[in-house]
Design a protein around this ligand. Structure first.
Ligand code: DQA
Length: 229
């Protein structure tokens, strides 16, 4: 029995690409993350009914990764909240909210806390105040707290693993962390040690540096976790 859940990003860059997407490619994903920021706002809302219909048998995490946190869409708080409110009409299992860039969305959507994956992304470093940030995020009592950060040295990766382990022991199992890039790859398969609940693994196109391909992630996690849970 594997413990770590595998999240597979769904990346649609043009409405015309949608029909070619095969649901069967995602059959082993525990959660499908629609990274909607690869589309324009208008196209997100055009495609939403079709995406939720096509993936009706999958758990869906809806994510807008904004340019403030390494994504593709630059939008106001107001528009960010409007889109999330629209998408909530399709009853996604989870929605991502960028806590430090669009925190107002959390108070606007406070009734949906158990769907919220509260997130923080830093593509430049692992900030020295990461533990403080994660504790503050945990205090918001959402479904999950997620941090994707960029290591510079090996010790940064080891520090993240220890921080995740310590927070999980202290506050419970709702942390998701990853050190991005090639250097951080071990953090994507060490949830059985650290308590990180989810890992993101890619099909063709990765949605962040260092992601492991889905087929390999499954094999590695099944091997590492098979006799532990
Ligand atoms: O926040 C995350 C984690 C991630 O950045 C990663 O490093 O795998 C990938 C993103 O698609 C997702 O929204």
């Amino acid at each position: 029995m594997r413990k770590t859940k595998i999240v597979v990003p769904l990346i649609i860059e043009n409405v015309s690409d949608f029909e070619a997407i095969s649901v069967s490619d995602y059959v082993s994903a525990d959660v499908v993350e629609w990274r909607a920021d690869f589309l324009s706002v208008d196209d997100i809302l055009i495609l939403a009914p079709k995406v939720f219909e096509k993936f009706k048998n999958n758990k869906i995490l809806f994510t807008i990764r904004t340019t403030s946190e390494g994504g593709n869409l630059k939008i106001s708080d107001k528009k960010y909240i409007q889109i999330l409110e629209e998408i909530l009409n399709f009853d996604p299992d989870y929605i991502d909210i960028e806590y430090f860039s669009h925190g107002r969305a959390l108070s606007a959507l406070t009734d949906f806390r158990q769907k919220i994956v509260l997130s923080y992304h830093n593509f430049d470093e692992i900030p020295t105040d990461l533990t403080t940030r994660l504790i503050k995020m945990h205090g918001e009592e959402t479904a999950f707290v997620k941090a994707a950060v960029m290591p510079e040295h090996e010790c940064d990766v080891l520090d993240l693993l220890q921080i995740t382990r310590d927070l999980t022991l202290e506050y419970g199992e709702n942390f998701i962390t990853m050190a991005m890039g090639d250097l951080g790859r071990i953090s994507r398969i060490s949830g059985y040690l650290t308590g990180s609940c989810w890992t993101f693994a890619s099909l063709e196109k990765a949605s962040a540096p260092g992601q492991i391909r889905l087929a390999e992630a499954e094999k590695i996690l099944n091997l590492l976790e098979e006799n532990l849970f």
